[in-house]
Design a protein around this ligand. Structure first.
Ligand SMILES: [Zn+2]
Length: 188
């Protein structure tokens, strides 16, 4: 099984967001381990960049274009788009969307490219939200929407802390590199 993260950037940004892309690659390896631990699934992880704009692969920038790209690349692969635009519709309480073997989030650009805390708080958490939906759905878990949103709300309004991981992917109380939802309440 392959989980393919695709960093979707504007043509004019190509070559200017390399530090973020390095974070994406690191985060991909982190999620390989996290998914194994939390969902008992073995994924190979791959990371790529995709450029939008008139010379890029996507002309129209919407969720349908990403879904089409997913189908063209092959529906057996779980494609996860980290995109500079928002999903055009979603049931989610974050700026993300998921479908069968498909997810996207609006990847927020930090003001300074090496702001790891910003990437962890704004983007890494949202990735764990969409991964949780789809991995729970695949596992046959009934309330794969409601329960994720319930925990997500507790993170923001009930002082439930995000889980903190360091650059070696181990849990840490120091400054984290990766932050995820607490998925311990989901019984698979
Ligand atoms: Zn959601």
């Amino acid at each position: 099984m392959l989980l393919h993260f695709i960093f979707v950037i504007k043509e004019e940004d190509y070559g200017k967001r390399n530090e973020e892309f390095q974070y994406v690659i690191h985060m991909g390896n982190f999620y390989k381990k996290w998914i194994k631990e939390k969902f008992s699934k073995d994924y190979d992880v791959k990371c790529d960049e995709m450029i939008t704009g008139h010379r890029g692969l996507l002309e129209r920038l919407d969720t349908n274009a990403l879904l089409r790209d997913h189908r063209q690349r092959g529906e057996d692969t779980f494609h996860f788009y980290l995109s500079h635009f928002r999903p055009f519709w979603t049931d989610c309480t974050c700026e993300g969307y998921f479908a069968q073997n498909f997810a996207m989030i609006h990847w927020q650009k930090p003001k300074t490219t090496d702001d790891v805390m910003f990437l962890a708080e704004k983007n890494c958490t949202t990735v764990s939200h969409e991964l949780s939906h789809e991995l729970l759905r695949q596992a046959g878990y009934k309330k794969f929407k409601e329960d994720v949103h319930d925990v997500w709300t507790r993170h923001f309004y009930a002082n439930l802390p995000f889980e903190q991981y360091g650059e070696n992917f181990e849990k840490t109380n120091d400054k984290p590199m990766f932050l995820t939802m607490d998925v311990s309440s989901f019984r698979l």
